[in-house]
Design a binder for this molecule. Sequence first.
Ligand code: ADP
Ligand code: MG
Length: 331
Amino acid sequence: MPWNRPWLLVVLLTLILAMSWWHWRPAGGEARQVRLLMGTTVEIVAFGDNQRRLEQAIDAAMDEMARLERLLGNGYPESDPDRINASDSAVTVAAETAAVLDLGLEIAQLSNGAFDLGLGRLKTLWGMEGPAPRVPDAGAVEAALAGVGPTALQLDGPQVTRRAAVAIDLGGIAKGEIVDHAVALLRRHGIEQAAVNAGGDMYLLGRHRDRPWRIGIQHPRQPGEVAATLHLADRAVVTSGDYERFFEQDGVRYHHLFDPRSGYPADACQSVTVVAESAVLADALATALFVLGVEDGLALLAHFPGSDALMIDAAGRQHLSAGMAAWLEQP
Ligand code: ADP
Ligand code: MG
């Protein structure tokens, strides 16, 4: 009996108190921040017990994204793409840039050039980023494609050489890499549960409180409606769609994902969502699959085990890779 052993009673009571504290302890803090970066809205939300640490980690991750935007983006005088485009000879780039180029060039090869890091001149010609995008004349499109192809850029360690006519543009892959760096930074700060969302390029770190994150995939033709809902943890998800950035001329929709074979917007898909272990891979694959269309796209995906896709073709039909159903919320 504990009554003649009072110390046992103390031990039992302490145990009960500790267990109930553990059960009823505060659910943990949440911190959130939004910044305008890379021409889009970037949001980071993180969960954890230490509020100060959450806020410092998010600040550091956002600062890192801003630094990488100036390194990997076109239009910054000291960015690696702009230095490459301004030079006639080999340029030594940062390790982060070399990593992006390495993966980008691999996907360019494997996609037979459907994914191409050398579409800078074509992008400028269409004026997609500017205030007055327009359909260029056919001759100008052809000229902007001169020299383009999977071998137009060469990477040798940190050295990049470009075929003279070609301008490098990392727009189809850089955002994913930047999201991955933000996640790595959050992890280094001890954060285990967070979401980084750079205008649809996302990484979900750990779980959302005690269950997977629920991510809605925008319906490409019905604004505000979801085409599917995913349940994810420790995964990246990226969507490329023809509804993200486009203009209409004479009743035709022109968007920002180009088929390098024609120089015109690719027309096989309305949207492609890729789930992968890193955001950089998901980003590049989403762009590549969009251009390739369903059959060739799913064949490219098979080179990257652990990656899955939901493709919505030009007629609005959904196509899933073999492993994709596992991520989908069943209706
Ligand atoms: P976003 O999330 O910015 O819409 P995406 O990953 O969908 O980006 O890629 C769109 C960008 O990729 C374009 O703005 C352009 O910079 C670049 N791009 C367009 N077509 C291709 C292509 N065929 N291969 C590689 N990059 C491309
Ligand atoms: Mg992309």
